[in-house]
Design a protein around this ligand. Structure first.
Ligand code: BGC
Length: 354
């Protein structure tokens, strides 16, 4: 008993010192934009969890502007941040500013998106991005009955992915295409526009407006419509693109009764509402609280001089070598499981989805 008391007393004495020591430790968190819901959540979660752990946080959003992000990171370096956590806009545009961080031995954690061609990147924390793509692909295989379909009655699809400067699209689009290509090859899945390459399907800045425009063009050139040419599904890598696609399809006259199956990612509130309204079919749920917890764990380990937890040492090569990574698990959400996934878990309130 005495021993336990002594240990507890020692811990109580040590802990305040440790917390006090961390209090002055500043962490720079650089997020791409406030425009998309997920980055607001990511930023807020990171800030809250880091502050709870005793850190001071410099959280910046770069308005999807590369020069802004570079100058915000420059400020973080000169204002003595001890660790940088960065979700890049253009994964290949940060080498210069990160060289400055490297010179000052400031570790860099790439957040969600890999930062390319920079030796400054120490760790990467993200979701299993390839799995995001295969889950989306498998969902379409299942809902379009591709396994039992014949060539005489193919399903028709168009493809959308995200920003060409985001390394993640190689994994999202790659995973989805690896899953769907056998069916395209067999002719049981048909893309009438023939636009199936990553470059043809990319959407700069993951812009809703860009995705909407391209979907409108596809509708016009292929005469898609509830009374026109058949369109069974649209593969979309995420929700901001799915939103634009949905807007275009609604304007072309599709309703809940005949809406093509649309995939997405992030479970943005707008997309979950569309799921409930019977337009978008599914979205990948990536619990940003989990990602934030993992990254805070990494920051803490780096500051204590211990090794951060990782679970992948072979997938993510940023051009300078493999970056040790922690991959969180993505899952899918749809009308059947959204309650348990999003509401019971406390991610959203019922009222937010009304
Ligand atoms: C993220 C997605 C997000 C997209 C657009 C990607 O890098 O992984 O979750 O939908 O960027 O912001």
């Amino acid at each position: 008993m005495k021993k336990i008391m002594a240990v507890l007393l020692a811990a109580a004495l040590v802990f305040p010192c440790f917390a006090a020591k961390k209090k002055g430790t500043k962490v720079g968190v650089s997020m791409p934009t406030k425009d998309l819901q997920r980055w607001n959540q990511d930023g807020a979660n990171m800030k809250a969890q880091l502050e709870k752990a005793g850190y001071t946080v410099d959280l910046q959003y770069a308005n999807n502007d590369i020069a802004t992000q570079v100058s915000q990171i420059e400020n973080m370096v000169t204002s003595k941040c001890k660790v940088l956590v960065i979700a890049s806009i253009d994964g290949s545009a940060l080498k210069g500013v990160l060289d400055q961080a490297r010179k000052k031995k400031i570790p860099v954690i790439a957040y969600d998106r890999l930062i390319m061609n920079s030796k400054a990147v120490s760790y990467y924390a993200t979701f299993d991005n390839y799995k995001v793509g295969t889950i989306q692909g498998d969902y379409l295989v299942d809902k379009l009955n591709l396994k039992s379909r014949s060539k005489d009655d193919p399903a028709y699809i168009e493809f959308f992915t995200g920003s060409p400067d985001d390394n993640n699209i190689n994994f999202f689009f790659g995973g989805a295409m690896d899953t769907l290509k056998p069916y395209l090859d067999k002719g049981v899945l048909v893309c009438r526009s023939g636009q199936t390459s990553k470059a043809q399907c990319a959407t700069l800045n993951w812009s809703t407006e860009e995705a909407q425009k391209r979907m409108e063009n596809l509708i016009t050139s292929n005469k898609y419509g509830p009374k026109g040419t058949k369109l069974d599904a649209v593969y979309s890598s995420n929700d901001s693109c799915a939103m634009g696609i949905t807007n275009a399809l609604k304007a072309a006259g599709y309703t809940k009764a005949n809406f093509p199956i649309i995939t997405g990612q992030d479970c943005d509130i707008g997309s979950v509402k569309n799921m409930l309204a019977g337009t978008q079919a599914m979205s990948i749920f990536k619990d940003t609280r989990t990602l934030a917890t993992k990254v805070v764990g990494m920051v803490d380990a780096l500051m204590k001089g211990t090794k951060p937890e990782i679970n992948d040492t072979k997938t993510y090569d940023n051009g300078t070598g493999i970056i040790p990574s922690y991959l969180c698990e993505p899952v899918y959400g749809d009308i059947d499981n959204y309650k348990a996934l999003l509401i019971d878990s406390g991610y959203y309130t019922e009222a937010q989805l009304k």
